[in-house]
Ligand binder design. Sequence first.
Ligand code: TXA
Ligand code: MG
Length: 346
Amino acid sequence: METKVISVLNDLNTAKAEGASIIRTGGLVAFPTETVYGLGANGLDGAAVDRIFEAKGRPNDNPLILHVAEKEDAFRLWAAEPPHARVLMDTFWPGPLTLIYYRSAIVPNEVTAGLDTVAVRMPDSEAARALIAAAGVPIAAPSANLSGKPSPTTAEHVLQDMDGRIPLILDGGPCRYGVESTVLSLVGVPTILRPGAVTKEMLAAVLGEVALAPSILAPLSAGEKAASPGMKYKHYAPNAQVLVVVGEAEAAARRISALYDECAAAGKRVCIAATAEAMPFYGDRRRALLGERRDPATLCSRLFALLRELDREADVILAEGVDVRGAGLAFMNRLLRSAGFRVEYL
Ligand code: TXA
Ligand code: MG
C-alpha cells in the first residue's frame, strides 16, 4: 500500500476531506494532535478499530482513546455523566486530558479491549478536530508508532514506522507538547493513570484530591494488575540501551561522564541526553540538548524526537532524570519506561 502525506498547514480542506472519506470507509489515517500523532479509525466500527491493532502490532488487550470534536459528543460515549466531568472539560478541553468512565452501549469492545470503561478526549489541535468533525464519528486513536517505539511527534516519525501500512498521513508539523495526554480515571477517587501536560497540580487545583496510579514511576510488581493496561508493556523504547541518572545537574553530569568514559573505553557508541543546566559539565563528550530543568515542559516536548534521533547513532544513551514536579512527572514516566527502569538515584 502506498502511504500518501498531505499537509494540513497548506490545505486543511483537502486534507480533512480525504482523511474523513478514508475514516468513513473503515480505513486508517494518521493525524496530528497537540500531544503526539494519532493513528485513527472510525471509533464506532469494531472492524475498523481492529485494523489499528494490526498496523501497530499492538496487543489487543490494550484499550484505545476515543477523540471527539465537541464536548457534548463525549456524553453519548459514557453510560452516565462522570463525576467532575463538566468542570474538568470546561477547564482543560480542548486539550491534553483524557477522561475515563463507564462506557455506553454504542462503544465497541474493540475500543475498550473488553473493559467496562472508555477513555475520551477532545484534542486542542484544530486539524484533529476538523478531521473528526468531517468524519462525523468519534475517532479511536492510539499514538501512531509501531507498538513499543517512541511516540511520533512529527509526520516524518509516523512515516518511519507506518510507511506502506496505512494509506494517509496528515502532516501538521511538530506537536506542541510531545508527550501523550494525561489519562484520568473518574471511577472512584479521580486517579491519574498516565501523567501528561495537564499536571497533577493543575488537576488538584480543580478537584482537591487526585490519586496517582502506583505504576507511574515504577515497574509493575509480579502479579500486580495494571490500572491502565498500556502501563504493563515495554514502552517508548529505542533500540539503543537507555540509562537514567537522577540528581542535581552538576552531580548527575559527573556520574554520567564517568559512565560515558566506561562505555567509550568498551568501544560502544554513546551519547548523552543533557539538560541545559548540566551542559557545561560534560567537557567535549557527545551530547544532545533535551531542554531545561527549570521548565520541564521543554524536556517533554523534545524527549521522543531525541530518542529517535540518537537511536540511529548510539548503542547507549545516558540521560539525566529530574524532579517529578509539574511536567517533570510526565517526562520521568516516559524516560524511565524507555530505559526499562534502568535508573540510578544520586
Ligand atoms: O495524547 C494522547 O493521548 C494520544 C493522542 C493520539 O491522542 N493517544 C494515545 O493513545 O496516547 P495510546 O493508545 O497510545 O494510549 C492510551 C492509554 C493507554 O495507556 C491505555 O492503556 C489507556 O490509555 N487506556 C485507554 N482506555 C482505557 C480504559 N478504559 N481504562 C484504563 N486505561 C485506558
Ligand atoms: Mg502509545
